[in-house]
Design a protein around this ligand. Structure first.
Ligand code: DNO
Length: 347
């Protein structure tokens, strides 16, 4: 496996030097953050990120994310120009050595949570989604004010977007995804860049918005849309695992055997009886996922793709981007290293 760590570029308070001090750390996961979705990334920005990583003894060879413009997801006539820009970005990242691109096809939202700083008994804080807090929120009526939510949408604009997606529906979204993949995957193959879609988080429709990268059945359907190794998955254990209907180790076994997982986001999650969930400590005992089994499955199938510890809690008084502090993510990396070494020695 290639151990990696997400870095938000030069404005990230966590330095590349600190990241490089985590044992076994190899790759930096990053993106160009000062360009709007649908635009082409400047080569200079990419080169300077690559150089900064190299100076710290790290490799910038995986991107998360090149965002997909809403017009592509909606299937609007303007999508072709945004798909062209997307393909150009794949070419450009490949020029500086990137081998894998993570992206998502979630309408309007990326991940959804109701609170980003829920305090646990030990004083740590983490992201949670409580069904109780979600009840009564109607973005069509009230607009939206969720934590982490992109407040740049005006109420009316958001309403239009929600109505447009209601019209597109799940089948329309599948069709628009197919259209996108049929144009993008050949370019990715040409550039030797593995495309890795991130699952929907949480993996079910939300606020009436269609969500399709959610279950084993739908992942099968996704992989068959363009049946090519370059059309693969970011397997996020927390996103797919916060719903009881997904058998996480079983799915990892199936898709890693098939060579279709290119990037693993490994994190634990604690599922509550009413469908709510909390981002928990990494240890299996802290949450609902069997972390040892997850790693064992990957090791047994000879997984050699990218792995990153995903979100961490805020611990030891650290403040910063929710889910993306240094301390608990570094503990996550150390935990993954430990599980990996043990699984390998037992092979
Ligand atoms: C959350 C991340 C996601 C992910 C995107 C990929 O912390 O895993 O925001 O980067 O969904 O496009």
């Amino acid at each position: 496996m290639k151990l990696s760590f997400r870095w938000y570029g030069k404005s990230d308070p966590i330095s590349l030097e600190y990241i490089s001090q985590i044992p076994g750390m190899r790759s930096v996961v990053s993106a160009v953050y000062d360009v709007k979705p649908g635009e082409v990334w400047p080569r200079e920005s990419l080169k300077s990120m690559r150089d900064a990583c190299e100076d710290a003894g790290l490799v910038f060879d995986i991107v998360e994310s090149i965002p997909v413009h809403e017009d592509i997801k909606l299937g609007l006539p303007s999508r072709d120009k945004y798909i062209d820009a997307y393909c150009e970005n794949i070419r450009r990242v490949s020029e500086i050595g990137v081998k894998c691109v993570c992206y998502n096809f979630m309408p309007v939202f990326d991940w959804t949570r109701t609170q980003l700083d829920k305090k646990a008994a030990d004083g740590s804080t983490s992201l949670v989604m409580y069904m109780e807090q979600l009840k009564g929120i109607d973005p069509l009526r009230d607009g939206l004010d969720l934590p982490g939510w992109d407040a740049s949408y005006e109420k009316e604009e958001l309403k239009q977007l929600l109505l447009s997606y209601a019209e597109v529906g799940e089948e329309g979204l599948w069709e628009n995804l197919r259209y996108f993949l049929e144009r993008v995957i050949p370019v990715a193959r040409e550039c030797d860049v593995l495309m890795a879609i991130h699952p929907d988080d949480p993996p079910y429709p939300i606020f009436g918005l269609p969500r399709i990268i959610t279950t084993e059945e739908n992942l099968d359907r996704f992989l068959a849309l363009v049946d090519d190794r370059y059309n693969g998955l970011t397997f996020c254990t927390g996103s797919l695992g916060c719903a009881d209907f997904n058998d996480i180790p079983g799915m990892i076994d199936k898709y890693s055997k098939a060579g279709r997982i290119h990037f693993m986001h490994i994190r634990n999650i604690r599922n509550l009886p009413d469908g709510s969930f909390e981002e928990s400590g990494h240890l299996s005992a802290c949450g609902s996922l069997d972390m040892a089994k997850i790693v064992k499955t990957l090791v047994n199938n000879g997984f050699d793709g990218y792995v990153r510890p995903d979100h961490g809690r805020m611990i030891w008084g650290e403040t910063g981007k929710p889910g993306y502090g240094l301390y608990d993510r570094a503990l996550g990396a150390a935990y993954i290293n430990g599980l990996w070494e043990m699984a390998q020695s037992n092979r």
